[in-house]
Design a binder for this molecule. Sequence first.
Ligand SMILES: [Zn+2]
Ligand SMILES: [Zn+2]
Length: 748
Amino acid sequence: MNQSKQLNRKKLPLFLFILIALFAFNLTPASVAENEETDLLEGELTIHGVYLSQQFDDEHKIIQKELTEYSYSAILELRIYYYKLDLFRDNPSTIKNYGATTMTQVVAGSNKISGDGADLSSGTNKIRPMICSMKSDTWQRNWENKLIHVRQASGSGSLDYGHVNLHISMVPGPGGYIYRVTARTGWGTAPFIRKDVPRAKTKIWDEQEKRWREETMKSGLIPPDYHPLNEVKFEYETEPGKKIFFATITNTKVLEDFLKKPDGSVSFPINAGYQVKQDSNESDLRIQGSLVLRGKRKPVEAMMTPPEGFEKWMPQADAAENTPGNGFKVDVKIHVKDQPEEEPTQTAKFKFELIGTSKEKGICNNYPVNGNTGDFDLKISKEANPELTVSEDGQSAESKAELKYSGVYLNAYDWGAYGKLKITAVLDDGQEVIAYIEGNKEKRQLKIPADENDNYVADAWEKEKGIFEKNYGPDWDDDSQPAGQRRNGDGYTLYEEYRGFQTKAGYSRTSPLKKDLFIYDPDELVKQYYEPYNPAKLELHYIDPTMMKFSGEARNPENRWVNCNSVKFNYARQYAIFVKRWTTMEGGTAGEANWITSTDGLNDIDPYKGFEQPLKSIYIIKISPPVIERSLRGIKDPDLRQRTFQLLMASTVIHEIGHGLGIKHHADGKIETDESVIVGVFNCSMRYNTPAEYAHPELLKPQLRFCGKGEKWKRPAERKDKDGNTEYYFEEFNSHNCFGQLDVKSDP
Ligand SMILES: [Zn+2]
Ligand SMILES: [Zn+2]
């Protein structure tokens, strides 16, 4: 038996093919190491070969003719490795360091083994490539009517037992560098056979891959976005180191497109052959076959991750409406379904949308007074999102394409800002996946701020105030403190209390449980004479005309309007109390509460109409220190005069504010006379002083409070006893309950 015959016989059934592919993708060098590999394709390779060989003797007579037909099919599982080669394209000089060999990327196929004859379990580490089972082994007549030996074989087998790789090399071409892609296979050098590692992830792989990666990362490769594959060749190795090409896929555009979006399937015909002509041996090999590739992409999900502590985040505006306040970043990534840590082969473009964003005026309920309308309170700003393309209104943005992850930075432009964030990953195959919120696959819109009870108010604030469990609506207004006044509530809704107010002391959110009173006190009369006693027990907030609508016109319904920036969750206009120093007043009164009536002119004394919604109708409280001063001129002792002035100033301011908040005189509804208004609980500021008190200022007692329910007051009275004699005693009465008349809420 001569050498060549041996060789040929041995080779024939060992036909292995490969199929491979390569595609370069957008990954940063850091992520290359982590995410380079995925199951992506399933392939089926079928081959039908006809081999005719003739052996000659020294006189060139045929001594043996042999025809072998075989068919072969193998299921392939293919992986695609993504790397970046752009640097070379952008800067071809760097190619010098990377010859075709060092630039080799290796991609392997593996398979599922089936069919008889594919005896892969037997044997040892010896190379056992595909074995076809013999279907027939007969002698037949050939076209010359001579007997020839015909063998037919078929089978399916494993590429694990072959040496499979793919070379991508960069070569100079027309107009620059082009990539040459060559698939190569051979059995002779296959170095790996391990039954327990059925895929191609083998030692040599790892080594080659590692080397490739290290080399490329060393040069800081930048990801490419496009690599033309211009040729895919299948090599057949007749013996180690000796190769012949026999099949070429020329339609690489189809292959490349498929590798970019491996959905559906593509099919390539394979036709090849070779001939050997030697003195003692002639052979002719014809191969036909096909390679079918099917996409095997895993389903993808997108997940958004709010920052740590997001549940405690509350919006904070900047001082101006159009400059960003506080903010936070939401990350998003795509991952293989149910495997949050597994990066998919797909890439995506991310679309960010804010939905139902609030558009309240200004930055809080009362500032700035002429707040813009129609401007969104939560925005994606261009400045904070340089990676994104942001819409003009800041309500949507888009990332670049071909990403695995992205993120968006949101800013608040209002203390009550709210909205929902929706993120859609548009995959490279066109599929749109809406991101779920990490930890809850059911939720696909992130409520901003965290708001489980859906009232547009941050849960964090409700928890801080101890009302989260109550699930109040945004329009709720039932402030219960202080109790025992005319009604609960202060006219500011839950949302308004949360959204907060600008005051002279700075911005603050107010309490939903305590009634608030806003005060315009330019002369600090309230601060000096009322606040130390605070007899109505309200939460006091000082503001100025930059923190409310203030025209000074009594009948202008916008005058003293505090919640002037509140649009959506608003009950009614609420008003500030305005206390002003006055030099002189008609009739020599020390203080006045002036209210608007529906029919009369200004300054009508009609106490029993103006008190229904006192803050709405009482537009000014005038206090005249000079009038009080003048009334005390008769007091010689300067200390007594000063003490009396202080007492009368305080009781006057408190008395008039009492009116301003709805308290009537102690007249029991009777016509007010000098006599009728001096009755009642002695130290209630609403009680007028008696002539005796004016005559003896040293006896004047502080009147710095409002009388309350259940209190009694007494006055001397006389009656006849049973003998007809006059008897003096103290008659006891219920108080006028001034405190119970207090009301700070205005209705629509
Ligand atoms: Zn009065
Ligand atoms: Zn009273």
